[in-house]
Design a binder for this molecule. Structure first.
Ligand SMILES: [Zn+2]
Length: 650
């Protein structure tokens, strides 16, 4: 399938225009100031651990030191370079649709520093250049050198596409040449992959952009070599010890690294969630370009394991802080989970790639779920504060006092010592136009209902809708005859399709196939009821609980609107009595819901337990808002899943 260039997709949706404006005018300038250490911000460690970098970013300073423009020591995570690359990619995707000479000049300045930091042989990684030059490509279990290279490639493509300036692309190609020289199945080449996947998907993008097949082959090599020799990382450590290059002698967790077997033999989502999903995205990209049945089956097995057993209702993934990882099936605690913003973003990528191999409703469902919930929650309404961890339940007092929740921030920090998520948010939301449409020959796909205008080679299409709020999508089309595929959202009610100069050819499940002629006009009407969501009884954390959804949004309630939040009990039979109001607040435009509920009475007894207790409660209202907006009104308890009112069984 073919993606459309961002310049050919003009977003007209006020909801998404606001986001694009926020990213261009607030987030991108702010992030540059942070990366340059120009402003004093509270840079917090992503979890409670005094050994983690915090206090400042230093990311651009590291490049300046490596370039010889200044002196000093490397500071920050060994993958800090990727923060800068993702920032440039954010600028690239924004400039593709909104040219801005001033912003471009700022990015050019940063790119010039990066170019000067690159070594003559193409190698580029400030951590190893400045701290451990003898260990280049020799500590792959943690080094992130190729992870950073992957982000460099993605940034370089986005920037070249936006500006026609290929300086960074040349830097990226030189680095890839250096990598290709060192890695491969040849004699004296390294037969292993980076501990953190990313280079795989990036190399496929570079192949798409340049049509140079060697990049596709290198991507295939990295997917193939992973786990082929499960002792690879241990042998690497032993060699460094033997050669006196490093005292590091870590325990290698092969599941964490998804290197316990080759990816084509993997059937489950295990280990570090972002690594897992970047790898799966790379695998799916390879399958789409050079079909491999074994690799495709692995993609499907991993997908099914995630969406049927390991995904939160918000689209968040990664149930534990330990290794930022997937755990066993149905183990989805709401208050100690990880749900890293990057993992949600990676799930969007994986779903989008799988859809391009086989356009099924389930992929769009997950894209929409994760986008409107687990991804949007990553940033504050001011575009300058960011969540790394995205909890579904926050008890402020417990987060402050329970070390087991040391990673669960009660408010979005200014910045994070490990700042993978903030620029990932900017580049992903900044390229939202990419996910709306796809084309394959004479077939056109509308994946997301986002008001926009699309210009193709032989047609123009306009999508008018006030979705995610409204119940109507209007599509006008002029151009050559085509087949259009649409989807009934999984939460929609009573969908009605009316057509002019177009015919509904088929409705298979929720997929709708429409024949389009010049002048076609299609209108979709669907209800957006308030829905009670129950989880599979295998999910222990949600037993006897209900969550609320309206349209694509999962709802939450905050203590700021509902004091003593833990005392509220919802009746799923009464959700149709919810009162919906469109709110315009300084932190967003949204539909609030007020639901009839029971609020249990506090105990008169001060004891922790009692016998023969009869719970008493009174009728109350629970005020809810879309989950992604929580945390914009100060520190307050928050909850997505609510206990259901007790029913008397006759
Ligand atoms: Zn992250």
């Amino acid at each position: 399938m073919k993606e459309f260039d961002l310049k050919d997709v003009v977003i007209t949706s006020p909801f998404w225009q606001d986001y694009l404006h926020l990213i261009k005018e607030k987030t991108i300038p702010y992030q540059l100031q942070v990366l340059k250490d120009e402003i004093a911000v509270d840079v917090q460690a992503e979890r409670k651990d005094d050994s983690l970098p915090a206090g400042k970013s230093h990311a651009i300073e590291n490049f300046k030191i490596a370039a010889g423009l200044t002196t000093g020591e490397h500071f920050g995570w060994f993958f800090q370079d990727s923060d800068v690359y993702k920032w440039i990619e954010s600028v690239g995707v924004i400039l593709q649709s909104q040219p801005d000479a001033k912003l471009e000049a700022k990015a050019d300045e940063v790119i010039a520093i990066i170019e000067q930091a690159q070594e003559d042989d193409g190698y580029l990684d400030t951590y190893f250049q400045l701290k451990f030059p003898k260990l280049k490509y020799r500590q792959l279990y943690f080094s992130h050198e190729l992870y950073c290279a992957g982000h460099l490639i993605e940034a370089a493509i986005a920037y070249d596409k936006a500006t026609g300036k290929d300086k960074l692309l040349q830097v990226a190609k030189r680095f890839v040449s250096n990598i290709a020289e060192h890695f491969g199945y040849g004699d004296n080449q390294i037969q292993g992959a980076d501990g953190h996947q990313e280079i795989e998907l990036a190399l496929v993008k570079l192949y798409d952009y340049t049509k140079d097949e060697s990049y596709l082959r290198l991507a295939q090599f990295f997917i193939d070599v992973r786990g082929k020799n499960p002792d690879f990382y241990r042998e690497e450590v032993a060699a460094n010890l033997a050669d006196g290059l490093s005292d590091d002698n870590p325990t290698i967790d092969l599941e964490y690294l998804q290197a316990y077997t080759q990816p084509k033999h993997q059937k489950h989502a295990v280990g570090h969630a972002v690594r897992m999903l970047y790898m799966a995205t790379g695998m799916a990209k390879l399958v789409a370009r050079d079909f491999d049945a074994e690799l495709y089956q692995a993609c499907l097995d991993i997908w099914n394991d995630i969406v049927h057993r390991k995904m939160y209702v918000t689209g968040g993934v990664g149930s534990t802080v330990h290794g930022e990882a997937f755990v066993g099936p149905y183990d989805l605690p709401n208050d100690t989970m990880y749900c890293e913003a990057c993992a949600s973003i990676a799930l969007l990528y994986f779903a989008y790639e799988l859809f391009q191999i086989s356009p099924k409703a389930e992929y769009i469902d997950v894209m929409e779920r994760v986008l409107y919930n687990g991804i949007l929650s990553g940033a504050s309404a001011d575009g300058k504060h960011f969540f790394y961890v995205n909890p579904l339940e926050v008890d402020v007092d417990s987060c402050h006092h329970n070390p087991g929740k040391g990673h669960v921030k009660t408010q979005r920090p200014d910045w994070l010592g490990c700042a993978c998520c903030p620029p990932n948010f900017a580049r992903t939301i900044g390229s939202i136009g990419r996910y709306i449409y796809l084309e394959s020959g004479n077939e056109l796909f509308i994946n997301l209902y986002i008001a926009s205008q699309l210009k193709g080679n032989d047609f123009v299409l306009e999508q008018k809708t006030d979705f995610p709020f409204g119940n109507k999508v209007e599509i006008t089309y002029s151009g050559v005859q085509k087949t259009l595929y649409l989807q009934e959202p999984y939460w929609a009610k009573d969908l009605v399709v009316t057509c002019e100069n177009a015919i509904v050819l088929q409705r298979e499940g929720r997929r709708i196939k429409v024949y389009l002629e010049d002048g076609a006009h299609i209108v979709l009407h669907f209800g957006q009821p308030v829905l009670a969501v129950h989880s599979n009884p295998e999910v222990r954390a949600d037993i006897g609980k209900v969550a609320i959804q309206k349209g694509p949004f999962i709802y939450c309630a905050q203590a700021v609107d509902n004091p003593n939040l833990k005392y509220y009990r919802l009746d799923s039979k009464l959700v149709n009595q919810a009162h919906a109001v469109k709110e315009t607040k300084d932190f967003g435009v949204y539909t609030s819901l007020t639901l009839p509920c029971q609020k249990v009475d506090a105990w008169q007894e001060k004891t922790l337990y009692q016998f023969d207790y009869e719970e008493t409660s009174r009728l109350s209202d629970l005020v809810m808002m879309p989950y992604y907006l929580w945390g914009n009104q100060g520190e307050t308890d928050m909850q997505v899943w609510f206990p259901e009112v007790r029913r008397n069984v006759p």
